[in-house]
Every structure is written in C-alpha cells, then in structure tokens.
Design a protein around this ligand. Structure first.
Ligand SMILES: *Cc1c(COP(=O)(O)O)cnc(C)c1O
Length: 531
C-alpha cells in the first residue's frame, strides 16, 4: 500500500484489503447521504423569527387555506448544508469533463454571471414601463445585431425560449410566408439524422414529415433528396436540416440543398444547435439558410437549464423577416421602440403572432452578449476551432480501439463512435457508460443519433485543456481494454462508487413519483408501546 509522508494511504479506498466499512449514517466520508428536505424539515423550525401578525380582515371570501401549509422548516445552516450536499451529488461542468454530445458547449464563464446580476439587468421587471428600461432594449438590440452578423442574416426573432421553441418559431414564419403567398404546401423534408425536435416541430404545425436518407458517409443523400422533391412537386413547404449534423459531420452539399429546396418553392430551415462549430468560420445566411435557431446555451455559453427558461433566438432571411413574431424592437430616429401589438405594426411588418408573454429571457441575453464581447470576433472563431480540434483529438486518441461508423474522417465539434467494438465482450453500451461514472465522468450521449446502432456521441467542448483530454482518452482506453479482456464485472454492476447505483429507469419513466407524501407511521409493536 502506498503511503504519504505522514504514513497515510494515498489512493482512495486503498486500505490494503477489500474491507469497506458500512457507516452508521450512510455517509461515505465526503459523500453525504442526503434525505429529502421534507423528511427532516420541521414545521416548528424556522431560520427567522416572525412576529405574530395583527388580526386582519381576509379578503379571500372564505378561500383561505385552513390546513397546515406543510413546508419544511429549516435553520439557516441546515438549509445551506442540504443544498450544498445535494449539489455535490450533481455532476457538473464545474466538477469535471462533460462529454455529452449534441449538447455542444457547456462552459459558463463567471463573468457572465457577474454581468447578469448587475441590478440594472437583474432587477428589472417585464411589466415595468418600457420608457424605464432603455438600456435593456439596447442590450437586446446589440445582441440581435451580433447574432445577425455572425449568421449573415437580416432579421432575428429574439423571444423563443429554447432551441425547440425557436424551431417552432422559424417554421411558423415559414408557414406564414407560404400563407401570405397564397400557398399551402403540406410536406416538410427531414433528413434521417435529424434531431427529434425537427420532425416533432413540423408535425406539431400539421405538416407531413418525409424522411431523406443519408449516404454511407453520414450526410444527406442528394440523389434521394432530388427524387423526393420530384415526387412531391409543388407540395413542399421546406426542409429542416441540422448542420453540422447530429453525427458531428458538416453537410458539404448544403448550398446545393438550399438551391434544390428553393427551386421547389420551399424554405430552408437550418437547425443551428451546432452553430458553435462554425461561428466565425461560415455564415449560414451565405449558405442559403432562411431560418435558423441559435441555442444561446450551446453556442454563446449561457447555462443549460439555468434556473428557468433558456433562449433560442431565430435568425431569418429577408423573405421571412416580415413575419417575425411580436414583440420586436424597431429602430427609429428617437431610439429603440418595443413593438408589442399588431396595432403598432407598420407597412411590411406582418408578425405571425406571439411566442411568449414577454420579450424573452433577459438574463440569458446579458450572458450571451457578455460572452461575445469578452471574446471578440477572433475569440469566437478560436472557440469554434478549439471545439473542432478537441473533438478530433479525442477521435484520433480512440479510433484504434473504438469504432467509427463513418470511417476515420475528420469530424466537427463532436465525434460519433458506435458500439461494434463491444461486440462479443458481454458489455453493453449502457454498461460501458455506467462504468464511466465510477471513473468520475459523466457518460457521453448514448443511443443517439438513432441512425447509428449503439451510438456513443462524445463532445469534449472547446474549454477542455489538452491535459484533461489526455486523461479522458486514457480512461476510455483503459475501459475499452478492460471490456475486451473480459472483465465484465467492472461494467455489469456499475456504477459501484456513485451515491446511487443503477436506477430502474423504465419504472421511473413509466410510473414517475412526482410528489412526496408522508410515509405511513411505522407500526409499533405492543411490547414496545407498553414500555
Ligand atoms: C439541443 C438540440 C435541439 C433542441 O434545443 P433545446 O434548446 O434543447 O430545445 C435541437 N436540435 C439539435 C440538433 C440539438 O442538439
């Protein structure tokens, strides 16, 4: 057993024998067992002392609550410990490399947080008079400007709250443009490798989804596209294409695809979730794109799931710009105006409606603009170059041991492996992913995209250092070799070292328990009661 200079074992669990004590608390040193807040909070406990309220006349007309409110009361240190302990059970970008693919960048610079908390941005209310928030309007307009510059487009709808919401917005603008032209085409083309939200969006709007096959190299088959367009001549509303696609590959024929779809009378919707791989390198507007959402959390560093809705602005081509939804900002000689109603629109403005109650997510706007401005155009370009470089570094570091479904060609910001390398090892893709948890890594994206059997989609992201990529690659190599050597036990029961072992995901999904209810009091046996 290796010891440090004080004679203590140096590696975790290295006691020289396989003994692992079972602790009384269920805690394992710094790994704390944390109950639900309702299980240990007590009504009679409170962090502050409140005076008894004066008697008052209720204006609720008999609707006031009579039962206990049932909130758990905690002292301040208890509340603090509870949430800190819970946070330690959560794998986060602040604790380690996050190789999930199709989620793109995960870096959340602290500077963003500082900017978002400036009282002039953090403390404003959407119902406060517009005249009191000129700075907020200016920030939204500034962000909109840079989104248009980086994408090479002329309009942007800022209000959608996520990528999928942005898709809906873009497709509604496309539908409105067809309607305004007196057309009602019924079909939206969606390549096989599309993100699930693409066909879902088209279907939600009542379109019929027709799939387009991929070639052996994982990109759209132009011949299949041409044939499908011919088959549905005059009935095509548009195409929804992800580029770089969900296999992490750049669709090189994108301009031909744009020409084909435009010639067929359709619009080109591009799913821009992977824009982080090409910012500063290529502008979607130059490639023929009519509408594209930008997930601010995937390209401009706002948090994924950051305590509320996110933001998925949609850039629009000249042809779609008039149909952008309310509200939008209009530049006038006297400054910026927030156009909130149809009555306030001018000639040439034909908003298709409204996507959200207010203007969008101010906190996300501030963060995204802070990221853009702190990087500058050279910094943004370098971030995309680093994203692509890091993914290819991982690809080259693993391609001799893991299998690449589309050959050893360069990828963009994420690298897609499949599970053929696990064939005959008795280890499944899921087992492999669970063993990564024991190694302290969040698993990569598994079983997506669906076009590849046993997909393992790895996206290291731009912010990882070479040292952290080397350790990740070495860990993956160790796991692969262990699987091929037949050490199935390392995988079949994994994770062994996580706060929770393998969950019953099927039951959790089918019969979710979403509400805590007080457990029945334990039965008291008569003898104990008598004592
Ligand atoms: C993440 C993602 C989406 C959906 O974006 P959300 O912001 O999660 O709604 C759509 N398409 C692709 C390719 C994505 O990766």
């Amino acid at each position: 057993m290796s010891m440090n200079t004080q004679g203590r074992p140096t590696s975790a669990g290295d006691t020289g024998e396989s003994f692992r004590p079972k602790t009384f608390t269920g805690n394992r040193a710094l790994d704390m067992e944390e109950p639900l807040i309702f299980e240990f909070g007590r009504l009679d406990n409170m962090g502050v002392d409140l005076d008894e309220p004066d008697t008052f006349e209720s204006e609720l007309g008999g609707h006031e609550r009579t039962a206990e409110i049932g909130l758990p009361g905690l002292a301040e240190p208890e509340a603090m410990r509870h949430f800190v302990r819970l946070s330690r059970n959560n794998y986060a970008i602040d604790s380690g490399l996050y190789p999930l693919g199709s989620c793109t960048m995960k870096h959340n610079p602290r500077l963003n947080e500082k900017m978002a908390r400036l009282p002039g941005f953090g403390d404003i209310h959407p119902l406060q008079p517009v005249s009191t928030v000129p700075g907020a309007l200016e920030l939204i307009d500034e962000l909109a400007h840079w989104l248009m510059v980086t994408t090479g487009t002329s309009a942007v709808a800022m209000s959608p709250k996520a990528g999928a919401h942005g898709e809906l917005c873009g497709m509604m603008a496309i539908k409105a443009a067809h309607t305004a032209a007196g057309r009602s085409p019924e079909i939206v083309l969606v390549p096989e490798s599309a993100h699930g939200t693409n066909p879902a969006t088209a279907a939600l709007l009542g379109y019929k989804v027709v799939a387009i096959d991929a070639k052996d190299d994982g990109t759209v088959d132009l011949a299949a596209l041409t044939a499908t367009i011919a088959q549905h001549e005059g009935n095509i509303a548009g195409i929804m294409l992800t580029n770089p696609n969900t296999c992490g590959l750049f669709e090189r024929d994108i301009m031909e695809i744009a020409d084909l779809i435009h010639a067929a009378g359709g619009f080109f919707y591009c799913d821009g979730a992977n824009f982080n791989a090409i910012v500063g390198k290529a502008r979607p507007g130059d490639l023929g794109v009519d509408a594209m959402h930008i997930n601010l959390h995937k390209t401009f560093s706002t948090p994924h799931g950051g305590g509320g809705p996110g933001s998925g602005p949609v850039v629009l081509s000249d042809r779609l710009a008039p149909f952008a939804p309310l509200p939008f900002i209009r530049k006038t000689e006297d400054g910026l105006e927030l156009v909130e109603t149809d009555a306030a629109t001018k000639d040439g403005e034909q908003p298709f409606g409204r996507m959200t109650a207010f203007h969008g997510q101010m906190g996300m706007y501030v963060r995204a603009l802070a990221y853009m401005q702190s990087h500058g155009s050279d910094g943004l370009r370098q971030a995309s170059e680093d994203a692509v470089l890091n993914a290819n570094y991982v690809r080259v570091g693993l391609q001799d041991l893991m299998t690449l479904p589309f050959g050893e060609n360069p990828c963009m910001h994420e690298v897609l492996f499949d599970d053929s390398f696990l064939k005959d090892t008795g280890v499944t893709t899921l087992d492999f992913a669970k063993a990564m948890i024991d190694e302290g890594y969040h698993p990569m994206t598994m079983y997506f995209p669906l076009v590849v059997h046993g997909a393992m989609l790895i996206e290291p992201t731009e912010s990882e250092s070479r040292a952290s990529l080397d350790l990740f690659i070495a860990t993956m190599r160790d796991l692969v070799m262990s699987a091929t050597r037949g050490e199935t036990q390392r995988f079949s029961g994994a994770p062994y070292l996580a706060p929770r072992r393998r969950l019953d995901e099927t039951t959790a999904a089918r019969k979710p328990v979403l509400k805590w209810s007080e457990p029945e009091p334990a039965e008291v046996t008569p003898q104990v009661a008598a004592e």
